[in-house]
Design a protein around this ligand. Structure first.
Ligand code: KDO
Length: 330
């Protein structure tokens, strides 16, 4: 704490004496997310991204959807009222349906696969379109984790081994077409709902369950109001660090490079932290009394893939891209 204070003071003094006017020009980078401040993506951005750009900009995170409602962040960046978010492929698919390829069950295989896909030239036209048509730059890919089915029922009541076992289960999903499709594809009856409403909905029984990676199940305390996790891994989920193109264009090249590197470094730190949590949390959840078990993954995978073939989403995927993604697999 002593060092941090001294550092901040030194910066403030240097900034004040050298360029008194600069303080007014410092951009404030408001970042809005439905995630909490203890979510690993939030932690990585606050501890890696923020400090890395602190010389010329102020990183100002807003958690728990307190600034912008979940799903409205991208349009808010587009209209100039927000500078940054961690956007899902599903949200991007609302504007550009072809992004649904990155929101499709069992396409991404791992955190590393996500990075290879994001850095591959196959992403260039996707990134370019978002920049040109939405005014949003996608700087890096963050790892959210493997989404699993997490239910209020004990396993003795509902043993989720195949998609057929989810028939009639009211599964909360985030509210967009791509998410609803995924919920149906795994065999459930999806109910759209904002992230911040899940805990109460599980507690009161207005939904039977939700799907999220284990670190989220723990961070949001869903384990307090659920009894089981079937490790379906139906989506190796991601978020893109989304940044205002207008703000980006206003920065000198050197600062752009710093922002870009800060985003990549934060994504890497968050990825490693999230992977570590995924590995350790099965034990924690079991201690909390939840049944955490592996279903028939082949049954889930083949059922989900069959649902996408010939779907309206698949029709929007540029030719050859799915093969290119698969070729970058593990
Ligand atoms: C969720 O609403 O279930 C979800 O996991 C969707 C993600 O795209 C992401 O927005 C996430 O919530 C939030 O960041 C909260 O963790």
């Amino acid at each position: 704490a002593f060092l941090a204070t001294t550092g901040a003071l030194a910066l403030a003094v240097a900034g004040f004496s050298a360029q008194p006017a600069a303080a007014q020009d410092r951009p404030v980078i408001r970042m809005s997310t439905p995630a909490s401040d203890t979510d690993q993506r939030s932690v990585a951005l606050a501890t890696v991204f923020g400090p890395a750009i602190a010389e010329f900009a102020d990183y100002q995170p807003h958690y728990n959807a307190s600034l912008i409602a979940q799903g409205s962040e991208l349009e808010t960046i587009a209209t100039g009222d927000l500078e940054m978010s961690i956007a899902s492929a599903q949200e991007l698919a609302n504007f550009f349906p072809e992004f649904s390829i990155f929101a499709t069950g069992y396409v991404h295989q791992s955190a590393d696969h996500q990075v290879r896909v994001f850095n591959d030239p196959l992403m260039d036209p996707f990134k370019q379109k978002v920049e040109d048509e939405l005014g949003v730059k996608l700087l890096a890919v963050m790892y959210l984790g493997k989404r699993h089915v997490n239910l209020r029922f004990p396993r003795s009541e509902r043993d989720v081994m195949t998609p057929a076992d989810l028939a009639g289960v009211n599964l909360r999903m985030p509210g967009s077409d791509a998410w609803m499709f995924l919920g149906r594809a795994i065999g459930a009856n999806p109910t759209p709902m904002a992230f911040t409403e899940i805990y109460t909905a599980l507690q009161t029984g207005s939904v039977d369950g939700q799907d999220n990676p284990l670190p989220t199940v723990v961070d949001a305390k869903f384990y307090e109001v659920t009894k089981q996790v079937s490790l379906t891994a139906h989506l190796v989920d991601l978020n893109y660090i989304a940044f205002s193109k207008e703000l980006w264009d206003s920065l000198p090249a050197e600062q752009q490079a710093t922002v870009q590197k800060a985003a990549e470094d934060a994504a890497e730190a968050g990825r490693q932290a999230q992977i570590a949590k995924e590995e350790e949390l099965v034990a924690f959840l079991t201690e909390q009394g939840l049944d955490v078990y592996e279903p028939d993954l082949a049954a889930f995978r083949s059922h989900v893939q069959e649902q996408y073939v010939g779907s309206e989403f698949a029709a929007s995927w540029p030719e050859g891209v799915l093969d290119q993604i698969n070729a970058l697999g593990d």
